[in-house]
Write a protein that binds this ligand. Structure first.
Ligand code: ADP
Ligand code: MG
Length: 329
């Protein structure tokens, strides 16, 4: 299996008037060709900043402080964020599906215009063949009556259909990797499941890597092969989905699993328990584990020692915690 994207010790900080926001503080992750991974954590933990960093889309006052980003064997940080190399990669080899398509689709242009523009720019197609290809792509993502719908404007589509259009655009140039940032948060549960199924089918068929970014561990477990759990700018646990789901070892992961409904689970079969407290302010973080104030497993050691580094915790599993939670749940 070949590694498509390898991120090592990425740090992205924001210089704000209130202080330095360590939004992403030393995360490492990788993804193989055709693989689906989940990047999971509560709002504000640094998920979007992580992927925007990879795509070199961090704007002032943000800055990538440190880290290595290797995409298809190339070190992306050697390229100017807006230089020709990154522009050739972004939107074609590396694409993104956002939470709310209305903000990323242009409301005054037809879907045809928006789709053919990408194909003309990146694949050098002429307008006619780009149009044909765009219709074919809309069919692939299940937009009914694609040949006529292509001349509609974004607002003429339902939320779910707009997401399908976004997915069509994201796969249009045969990307190596797709980032789906909370792609299904704005739609109902049924549509959410359909969209995730669709994405899974497509990336499997096209052998594209997919990173699903979400706050809902219950949703992603079914689709991702591996999961990275993020808290306050760092990865606190990672491993194969099934293991993370069946045998979570970080107290935060346990909290996440207890607080969300899972796809396919009957309503009311399990009591949902929210995680106590709120995520920390990322300015002036204490040196101890960032989850400490919310942790129900903490020990005296946790109060004294620095935030534990990620360590190996079995085959393909990594954990940043001093406590052995097994048997205590
Ligand atoms: N432009 C910015 N200026 C200052 N802080 C920012 C900016 N963008 C993001 N942040 C901070 O970075 C942290 C991580 O944000 P984000 O990656 O968007 O979280 P997530 O996607 O996990 O919800 C948050 O605390 C947020 O306030
Ligand atoms: Mg986000």
């Amino acid at each position: 299996m070949s590694v498509v994207l390898d991120v090592e010790n990425l740090k992205t900080y924001f210089h704000t008037e209130y202080g330095l926001v360590k939004a992403v503080d030393g995360i490492s992750f990788n993804i193989n060709q055709g693989e689906i991974i989940g990047l999971v954590g509560e709002s504000g933990c640094g998920k979007s900043v992580s992927i925007l960093s990879v795509m070199q889309l961090i704007l002032t006052p943000g800055e990538i402080i440190e880290g290595k980003i290797t995409f298809e064997g190339k070190d992306l940080r050697q390229f100017e964020a807006n230089g020709p190399e990154m522009r050739a990669i972004r939107g074609s080899k590396m694409t993104m599906i956002f939470q709310e398509p209305m903000t990323s689709l242009n409301p005054v242009l037809t879907i045809r215009r928006q789709m053919t523009e990408i194909l003309e720019l990146h694949l050098d197609m002429d307008r006619a063949s780009a149009g044909e290809r765009a219709v074919e792509l809309l069919r692939m993502v299940g937009v009914p009556d694609a040949a006529s719908r292509i001349d509609d404007y974004p607002h003429q589509f339902s939320g779910g259909m707009r997401q399908r259009v976004m997915i069509a655009m994201a796969i249009s140039c045969n990307p190596m990797i797709i980032f789906a940032d909370e792609p299904t948060t704005a739609v109902d549960v049924t549509t959410q499941a359909q969209l995730l199924e669709l994405m899974k089918d497509l990336v499997t068929r096209l052998n594209t890597a997919l990173i699903i970014v979400t706050h809902n561990l219950g949703v992603v477990a079914r689709y991702a092969q591996r999961i990275y759990v993020m808290y306050a700018g760092r990865i606190v646990e990672s491993g194969p989905s099934e293991e993370i789901f069946d045998d979570p070892q970080h107290p935060y992961t346990i909290g996440l699993l207890n607080s969300v409904p899972r796809l396919g689970e009957k309503h009311g079969t399990r009591k949902l328990v929210p995680i106590y407290g709120v995520p920390p302010n990322l300015i002036n973080m204490p040196p101890t584990c960032a989850f400490l104030p919310r942790c129900t497993y903490k020990t005296a050691q946790c109060e004294k020692e620095p935030w534990p580094a990620l360590r190996s915790a079995g085959d393909n599993r990594y954990l940043s915690c001093y406590v052995d939670v097994r048997g205590k749940q």
